[in-house]
Design a protein around this ligand. Structure first.
Ligand SMILES: Nc1ncnc2c1ncn2[C@@H]1O[C@H](COP(=O)(O)OP(=O)(O)OP(=O)(O)O)[C@@H](O)[C@H]1O
Ligand SMILES: [Mg+2]
Length: 302
C-alpha cells in the first residue's frame, strides 16, 4: 500500500456566520464520499462541526472522556505534557453513508470549555509576565510537528477555525496547504475579508504575531450565494481583485448557493445517505468543490 501524503486545509474567516462550519462538513462528507480518509479538527469552542459530524450523544461522551481540543491546549501549554493530537482522535464518527458504507470521517472534537481554557492561559501568562507571542509560537510549532504523522494516516485534514482570530487560527492558517475563506459576497462580508487578509497576510497587522507568513494567499469560497444584483456586483469586484498582478487572494470557481438543504445539515439523522442529505443540486456543487481542491493539491505536487 502506498504511503499517504495527506493535505491540510484550514477553513477560517474572522467574520462569524459566513459558512465556515458548513464548508468543513461539506468537504469532510464530499472527500469521504469519494473514498478518502478524512480527519476534522474542531478549533472552535462552539463545537459546531463536532456536533454536525458526531451528533450530540457521541460529542457528550467525548467531552466526558476529556478527549477534546481544550484538554490538548491545556496539556501542551499549561502542563507541558507531550500529548499528541492522535490520542484525541475519535475514528469513524459519521453516521452518513455512501454506496452502503459509512463515510470514513475521524474527529478531534471541541467543547465549550475551550473558551475558558484560553482565558485561563492568557491570565496565567499575564501573571507570569510571559509573552503571548511566545505562546502562539509554541502552539504553532507543536501543531506543525503533529502534521507529518497525521498526513501519513489521512488523505485530508481539515481545521474548523473559530470566528475572530485565536492562537489556534494563527497556527492553523500557517500549518495548512490551503486556507479556505468562506465569504458571503455582500458588502459587509467583503469588508470582513479585507480585515482578515490585513490581519494575517498583508500589512502591518500581519507582522504583529511574529510568526512567519502563511504559505500563500488564501482561497476565497463564495458562500450563501443568491442571484441578486448586489451579489453579482460584489462577485464582479472580487473577480477584479484576483485579476490584479499580485492578487491578495485566489477565488474558487465553485460557489455555494444559499440552500435550505445546507441550513439543515446539523441534524444528525442516523442512516442518512450522502445523496439524500444533500440532494442532487448540492451534491453536484460538493463534487465540483472536491474536484477544484484536488486540482489545487495536484498542481502543488507537479
Ligand atoms: N449555503 C447556505 N445556505 C443556507 N444556509 C446556510 C448556508 N451556509 C451556512 N448556512 C447557515 O448559516 C448559519 C451559519 O453557518 P455556519 O455555522 O456554517 O457559519 P460559520 O462561519 O461556521 O459560523 P461561526 O463563525 O459562528 O463559526 C448556520 O445556521 C448555517 O446552517
Ligand atoms: Mg463555525
Amino acid at each position: 500500500m502506498s504511503e499517504r501524503a495527506g493535505k491540510v486545509v484550514a477553513v477560517a474567516n474572522m467574520k462569524g456566520g459566513v459558512g465556515k462550519t458548513t464548508t468543513v462538513v461539506m468537504l469532510a462528507d464530499g472527500f469521504a464520499a469519494s473514498g478518502r480518509k478524512v480527519l476534522v479538527i474542531d478549533l472552535d469552542a462552539q463545537a459546531n462541526s463536532s456536533y454536525c459530524l458526531a451528533g450530540n450523544d457521541l460529542l457528550k461522551s467525548l467531552i466526558r472522556e476529556e478527549r477534546t481540543i481544550s484538554f490538548y491546549l491545556e496539556d501542551v501549554i499549561v502542563r507541558k505534557k507531550r500529548t499528541h493530537l492522535e490520542s484525541l482522535v475519535r475514528a469513524q464518527v459519521a453516521s452518513t453513508t455512501h454506496g452502503s458504507r459509512l463515510l470514513d470521517i475521524s474527529l478531534v472534537a471541541s467543547d465549550p470549555s475551550l473558551r475558558f481554557v484560553e482565558r485561563e492561559i492568557f491570565a496565567d501568562l499575564l501573571n507570569r509576565d510571559f509573552n503571548l507571542k511566545a505562546m502562539e509560537g509554541q502552539l504553532w510549532k507543536k501543531l506543525e510537528s503533529e502534521l507529518p504523522r497525521l498526513r501519513g494516516t489521512y488523505d485530508l485534514i481539515i481545521f474548523d477555525c473559530a470566528p475572530g482570530i485565536s492562537a489556534f487560527t494563527e497556527a492553523a492558517v500557517r500549518a495548512a496547504d490551503v486556507v479556505l475563506v468562506p465569504t458571503i459576497p455582500d458588502p459587509m462580508s467583503t469588508l470582513g475579508l479585507s480585515a482578515f487578509l490585513f490581519s494575517l497576510w498583508q500589512g502591518a497587522l500581519s507582522k504583529v504575531s511574529g510568526l512567519p507568513r502563511p504559505k500563500r494567499p488564501p482561497h476565497v469560497l463564495a458562500t450563501r450565494v443568491q442571484k441578486t444584483a448586489a451579489f453579482t456586483r460584489t462577485l464582479g469586484a472580487m473577480h477584479r481583485d484576483v485579476e490584479r498582478p499580485e492578487p491578495p487572494y485566489y477565488l474558487l470557481n465553485t460557489q455555494i448557493p444559499q440552500a435550505a438543504t445546507l441550513a439543515g445539515i446539523a441534524s444528525d439523522i442516523p442512516g442518512l445517505t450522502f445523496n439524500k442529505k444533500y440532494g442532487a443540486v448540492i451534491s453536484a456543487v460538493i463534487g465540483e468543490l472536491v474536484a477544484e481542491l484536488e486540482g489545487i493539491f495536484d498542481a502543488d505536487i507537479s
